[in-house]
Design a protein around this ligand. Sequence first.
Ligand code: INI
Length: 168
Amino acid sequence: MRKDADKFQLIEGDLSAAGLRFALIVSRFNSFITDRLLAGALDGLERMGATSGSIDVIKVPGSLEIPVVAHELGENGDYDAIICLGAVIRGDTPHFDYVSAESAKGIASASIVTGIPTIYGVLTCNTLEQAIDRAGAKGGNKGFDAAMTAIEMASLMKDLRKSDEGED
Ligand code: INI
């Protein structure tokens, strides 16, 4: 037992995906990168015990379209967590700033409004090389990382809701 265990109750999610349902919203823009993020996320969910039939993949045109779909899926209550995957890569114009900022704000807002953990797995990179590094090369795979965050948050929210209902 921890020395200070009498001072607080520790509540945290675990990394078991068994019995949890996930939606992955994936942008087709920069699909060379987002396909790899999707592969990483699916690998993570399956390794952590997600069962067949518990994962849906929804494709959208670009990262700007992710928030409205995240909101819709969160509202319908079919999922324990929603994973948003995209890649915004800087070009010669200020377009990058608008797309990256609005998709981040929209995803965060969907999560708060719906109460369903909605995970931000959108790369925002200055160069294609930076994106490649984070989509399965030397920077790891941010899709896999997003899947871990989704599992932990889904598990935590279930625990918190059980406590609210007076169970445990
Ligand atoms: N969408 C992306 O996901 N990544 C980008 O890098 C990007 N750039 O650079 O333009 C991008 N634009 C499309 C945007 O997400 C919308 O699909 C489009 O504006 C229509 O609403």
